[in-house]
Structures are given as C-alpha cells and as structure tokens.
Design a protein around this ligand. Structure first.
Ligand SMILES: Cc1cc2nc3c(=O)[nH]c(=O)nc-3n(C[C@H](O)[C@H](O)[C@H](O)COP(=O)(O)OP(=O)(O)OC[C@H]3O[C@@H](n4cnc5c(N)ncnc54)[C@H](O)[C@@H]3O)c2cc1C
Length: 430
C-alpha cells in the first residue's frame, strides 16, 4: 500500500527542516527524506551568520533578510537555541569616503535596520592600527549550525527518514505534468510514497533530482549553478568577533564569525569571492586556490594587524553552494521557488541560511493553494517504513580533515606550515 502524504520534502538542510516545521504546525501530513546527514550539505559549512543585511546594497534584500532574522529570533525564544555572539556584531568600513558610509546608512534606515556608530577605541585590540576606520554596532548574530539543525528537527524526528545510499533514490515519477508517485529505498525496503505535493530542498542535489525528471525541454539552459565557497579558519587566543565589512574595495568584503573550543577561539573567515560555476569533471580540485588564500590572509592582516603577534593555527575548507542559474539574465531574488511546469512540485534554492524560514513561509502559502484540507499532523511516524534516523552533521570546522570530489577540509597547521603549503603572503605567519 502506498503511504499517503500531503507533502513530501526531499532534503534535510535548514530549508527542508524549516518547511517540515511550518507544514507540521499547519497540520499537513508531511515526511522528510534525507540521503546523508541532516545539515551535512551547505548548512553546516556555513558561518551560521544570521544576516540582517548590513553587508548588502539592495534594499529589498535587506528587508527580506531583516524579516527572516525575526523567524530565527523566535526559534531562539521557543527552543533555547543561543546566539553565539555575546558582544554586538559590527559592520566596519575601511578608508572609504564618508559618502560611501552614508549611502549604506541610508539603505539600512530605509530597510528598518537598527545600528549605532561606535568610537575606534571600542574595537577589539587586534583591529588597532588596521584599516577599519568606521564601525557600527548592529543586531546581526551567529548561530551554531549543528545546534540549529538539532533544534529544528528535535521534536520532528519521527517524520524524518534516511534513504539508503544508492543511485536514483528517491525516484520521482512524473506523468502529464504532475508527480504521480515517489519510490524510496529505506532500510533496504522499497517504499511507495503517494504525496499530493513534493518539495525539493536538496541544495546542490536539486540539480540531480531535476536531471532525473528529464524535464529538459522546459529548462532550456543549465538549471543550477554550483560554486565552491571557501572558508579560512584561524585558531588561538583570539577575541570574539562577529563582523561584516561591506566595502570590497578596502577589506575584500570579509565576514568573520567566532566559535569557542575549550581553551581557544576559532575565527571562521570568508570573503565575497566564490568560484564561477564548477564542472567537477573539468575542475576536479576541491582545494581553494593559492591565490584565494593569499588574498584573504593579506586582507585579514590589513584588517587586524594584531594577529601577527599571536601564535595561531590555520586551516581551510570548501563548501559547495547552489543557486538557480539565470544565464545572462538578471538575478532577481535571493531565494527561488519554482515549479518547472509541474502542477504539484516545487524546488527551493535559498542562497542564504538566513532566508530559509522566509522561503519556507512562501512555500507553505503555495502548498495551501494546492491542498484544500490538510490530513492532520502525524504524531508517531509512518507504519510500514523502517525508521532509519539520519545523524546530525558537525559544523565543518570541527570535522576531521577530509577530501572528496567536491569538498575538502585541511588539518590545522602552524603559520609556517600553512605558509609553506599555500604560498607567499605579504606577512609572515608565526
Ligand atoms: C562556506 C559557506 C558559508 C556560508 N555562510 C553563510 C552565512 O554565514 N549565512 C547565511 O545566511 N548563509 C550562508 N551560506 C549559505 C547557506 O549555507 C545556504 O544557503 C543554506 O544552508 C542552504 O540550505 P539548504 O537546506 O537549501 O541546503 P543544504 O544545507 O545543502 O541541504 C540540502 C540537503 O539535501 C540533502 N540531499 C541532497 N540530495 C538529496 C537527495 N537526492 N535526496 C535526499 N536528500 C538529498 C543533502 O544531504 C543536504 O542535507 C554559506 C554557504 C557556504 C558554503
């Protein structure tokens, strides 16, 4: 007997989990399938920075980010999830003219953001003598993404199932412009699912799911762009810092969020430079380029010259991001929800963790137009399906070194070892 569902969600990153939460609250009978670890895609690669938009220049996007941040605030309130930054986050500017800073302040005001200009002597010590000349305290905050995944999924584990590792699992059947059935292999048993609506939240895996549906003629051009995004990790006696530097001209658009170990702090540092679209057959190296590392290390030292006095450990990792491909056309939004001509399926690509609850709300509204009466919450799981619980991924910086076709994390290295491995920096690392 097929399992009757209101909604089947494919993919258990932040997007799929927020949607599961929202649909369950609205009494839709829902099941989520995950092929690996919950959060193991982009979600746990991320800084976990919940943006309010101080980094960006598009007011509509700032409004969306600020609204999305309020969903995250409410998750904190209801689950006990804690912000990682105890100090206010900062948005900082290098030696750009006051007109550039005023332009940003103007955008922030239009979008309703709350910010306060600070004196230079309120900077953390390692920034002294660096390029930051103007700073604002903001209400951006960061979260531990493993905790996020645990809190989002905690009371809904009975609705989450892990797929067996095999090709074309799940298999989505389409007929006459609609999904008619989904076959999944769970616990070595084939399960037939009969959902009214399917929502694909598989991150970079959305492309493979769509390719298998063979909708080629509707897509017309590559449907998804996959990019490599890198993170520089620095560990030692560092101060806590949550910061964005919006002007690429001076500080290369750095983002910094802090994590704590028993004795030390870790800075997760990235900048605005991702790769172009990657064809992994042509470009199989998941490692960041030496050039990327040199620029970000130099940029970090321009920002915080005090780092050169510290003995630090260094590492890097790469995560694969996915976005809807617009070819030459203008990129319009920062999350995309599309049906590709199917009457009962949606695909969601959020380009930011921050936006996932907002995209989920929009998807729920679409589901409500497709299903008149929800079948009711399922409180105990699905009979006839062997419960295979996916594990929750660790944050990537905490993982042991690994290397695969699309991602790499190096071991921690001393400054000289890191320098020897990755090239010549203007500064010498201790
Ligand atoms: C290095 C880096 C830093 C970032 N920093 C930030 C930040 O600070 N703030 C921010 O707002 N955003 C950030 N982002 C972006 C953010 O991480 C993503 O936009 C967000 O996590 C996407 O969530 P998702 O659930 O759509 O995708 P994912 O987290 O990738 O989840 C997709 C899930 O689907 C599963 N899956 C894939 N294929 C299948 C299949 N066939 N069947 C079943 N399951 C499948 C995967 O295993 C995975 O668990 C960052 C991204 C990267 C790479």
């Amino acid at each position: 007997m097929p399992v009757q569902l209101d909604v089947l969600i494919i993919g258990g990153g932040a997007q799929g989990l927020w949607l599961l939460r929202h649909l369950n609250a609205k009494k839709f009978k829902t099941l989520l399938l995950e092929k690996g670890e919950l959060g193991g895609g982009q979600t746990c690669h991320s800084h976990g920075l919940i943006h309010r938009g101080h980094y960006y220049r598009d007011v509509d996007m700032l409004v969306d980010l600020n609204a999305a941040a309020s969903f995250w605030e409410s998750l904190l309130g209801t689950t006990g999830l804690r912000k990682l930054n105890n100090r206010p986050a900062i948005a900082g500017f290098g030696q750009v003219g006051r007109a550039v800073v005023s332009h940003h302040m103007n955008l922030w005001e239009q979008a309703g953001l709350i910010f306060e200009e600070k004196d230079e002597d309120e900077f953390p010590g390692v920034l002294a003598g660096g390029r930051v000349k103007t700073i604002f305290a903001t209400r951006e905050f960061s979260l531990n993404t493993k905790d996020v995944v645990e809190k989002l999924s905690g009371d809904l584990r009975h609705l989450i199932y892990r797929l067996d590792q095999r090709q074309r699992n799940p298999r989505i059947h389409v007929n006459d412009g609609a999904v008619t059935r989904v076959d999944a292999v769970i616990g070595r048993r084939r399960v037939e699912l009969d959902p009214q609506v399917v929502v694909m939240c598989a991150g970079a895996g959305n492309k493979d799911l769509l390719d298998e549906l063979d909708l080629g003629m509707q897509l017309g051009e590559p449907v998804q762009v996959r990019r490599k995004n890198h993170m520089l990790l620095v560990k030692g006696q560092l101060p806590e810092l949550t910061a964005v530097f919006p002007e690429p001209g001076m500080l290369l658009g750095l983002f910094i969020c802090t994590r704590s170990t028993a004795n030390e702090k870790v800075w997760l540092v990235s900048d605005h430079r991702g790769s172009g679209d990657i064809d992994f057959e042509e470009d199989p190296d998941p490692d960041p380029s030496g050039e990327w590392i040199q620029v970000i290390v130099d940029s970090l030292h321009d920002l915080a010259p005090g780092l050169s006095r510290l003995r630090l450990q260094w590492s890097v990792y790469t995560g694969l991001t996915s976005e809807r491909n617009f070819g030459g056309r203008k990129h319009q939004d920062d999350y995309f929800i599309e049906s590709f001509g199917l009457r009962n399926a949606l695909v969601i690509w959020p380009t930011k963790l921050t936006l996932t609850p907002l995209a989920s709300q929009v998807a729920v509204r679409i589901v409500r137009t497709l299903i008149d009466t929800p079948a009711g919450r399922n409180l105990s799981g699905y009979r006839g399906i062997v419960r295979q619980q996916p594990a929750v991924a660790k944050e990537t910086w905490e993982m042991r070194p690994f290397r695969n076709a699309t991602a790499v994390k190096t071991k921690w290295m001393s400054g000289p070892e890191f320098q020897k491995t990755y090239g010549k920096f203007d500064i010498m690392l201790k």
